[in-house]
Design a protein around this ligand. Structure first.
Ligand code: GCU
Length: 395
């Protein structure tokens, strides 16, 4: 059976087309080319962003920044420009940073967003989407976004909690009962309250993107909490996740996303944790074939615009950005479901093992990490209770 190689392809506006192209994995996570490229770019964008922050480019603003930077990195504009307005000289050219490969749901959502914005602004707003961490690693980009060195980015909520403590309520371990439960929370009042709590951070949340459920994976077989004892596990840079790993009896190692493949391959870490799509897309399944379905977190992702960029827009332009971000998010959510299925199949087809935990075993993991609730969301337990209550209403 080879049907997992039957792959969805996408036309220039990001619309899904069924096809049977050969599945091509992202290589950025494994080799060093992308990393080297991003180092060069990071320096350039930092410098350009710095100039902007000092006001040396007043009058030209981000447009000048974007054009100089794009001379270094060529974004693929074929999916982000609406042909009807291809000849229009844009009023703004913005940069959008994405750390996933170009065929990943969040990247396709970004292409769709940029295309819609270009179309609805009748060519006035052009957004160049840079995938594969081409503009730098996720953790470096937060600062750039804050001063407008990068205009837009899609980020995992984990790292953003350092700027907004309240956002921790959405990333707590073993909190949601299902994807429906999480979406009920994000689409409702709580999701909006957390977006509003970013006020003053220099980042403006636009829409929630799906990133499924995160599980642990290991180079060696593991199926009980005891098997985690003393193991080194890669995590995102998050104080809460450091404690989670320690409470599970393991040791944490903080690494950037594009460093994980080689760390696993070389045995610098015994395991890591991520959703099915990232695990498969980055080829981690090839070097850590035991995927343990403990479903410890569901980490939503945010599409963000820099406050500095947002403030330069007219009300009408702001409305276009908000509307297109929401539409692109619905699209991404649909792609996410497809990609997750595809990845689950691919993991098995490629010889991986999906380890199911017994309810009893999963309860041990859950119990072990309980102290992080008091430590990280002790002041927001009312919100946690409201999130839990949404689960009852979902049933
Ligand atoms: C997910 C997420 C990325 C993040 C990564 C990580 O794949 O989409 O934005 O960088 O997790 O674990 O670092």
């Amino acid at each position: 059976m080879n049907n997992h190689r039957e792959k969805t392809t996408y036309d220039r506006s990001g619309t899904a087309q069924r096809g049977s192209t050969e599945r091509r994995k992202n290589t950025a996570g494994r080799g060093s080319t992308a990393c080297r490229r991003s180092t060069v770019l990071r320096g350039s964008t930092l410098l350009l962003g710095g100039l902007l922050a000092m006001g040396l480019m007043c009058g030209c603003g981000n447009k000048a920044v974007t054009q100089s930077a794009s001379a270094i990195a060529q974004a693929d504009t074929s999916r982000t420009i609406c042909p009807d307005y291809a000849e229009v000289t844009p009023k703004y050219v913005f940069m959008y940073a994405e750390n996933q490969p170009a065929d990943y749901p969040t990247s396709l959502g970004a292409f769709r967003f940029a295309y819609l914005v270009h179309e609805r602004s009748e060519g006035k707003i052009q957004i160049r989407v840079y995938t594969d961490s081409e503009l730098g690693d996720e953790t470096d980009l937060y600062r750039e976004l804050q001063y407008g060195g990068v205009d837009f980015m899609r980020a995992s909520l984990t790292g953003l909690t350092q700027f907004d403590e309240e956002a921790n309520v959405l990333v707590m371990p073993y909190l949601y009962e299902s994807s429906e439960h999480m979406w009920k929370v994000l689409d409702g009042e709580i999701g909006q309250e957390i977006m509003d709590s970013f006020e003053g951070t220099g980042m403006v949340p636009l829409s929630w993107y799906d990133a499924g459920v995160r599980n642990f994976y290991m180079r060696e077989e593991a199926s009980t909490l005891e098997d985690f004892a003393g193991k080194s596990i890669r995590i995102q840079d998050s104080a809460m996740m450091k404690d989670v790993i320690t409470l599970l009896g393991a040791q944490y190692v903080v690494l950037e996303y594009d460093e994980v493949f080689s760390a696993l391959q070389l045995g610098r870490v015994d395991g890591a944790e991520n959703n099915y799509s990232s695990y498969e897309s980055m080829g981690h399944n090839e070097v850590a074939p035991y995927y343990i379905e403990d479903e410890h977190t569901r980490i939503p992702e945010l599409q963000l615009v820099s406050q500095a960029t947002y403030d330069r827009l007219s009300d009408e332009e702001k409305e276009i950005i908000r509307e297109c971000a929401k539409e692109s998010a619905l699209y991404e959510r649909q792609l996410w479901a497809e990609r997750e299925e595809f990845s689950k199949n691919a993991i098995l087809q490629e010889g991986g093992t999906i380890v199911k935990l017994t309810d009893e075993e999963r309860a041990k993991f859950q119990e072990a990490v309980q102290p992080v609730y008091e430590l990280y969301v002790g002041n927001y337990m009312d919100l946690i209770e409201r999130i839990r209550a949404e689960a009852q209403e979902t049933d």
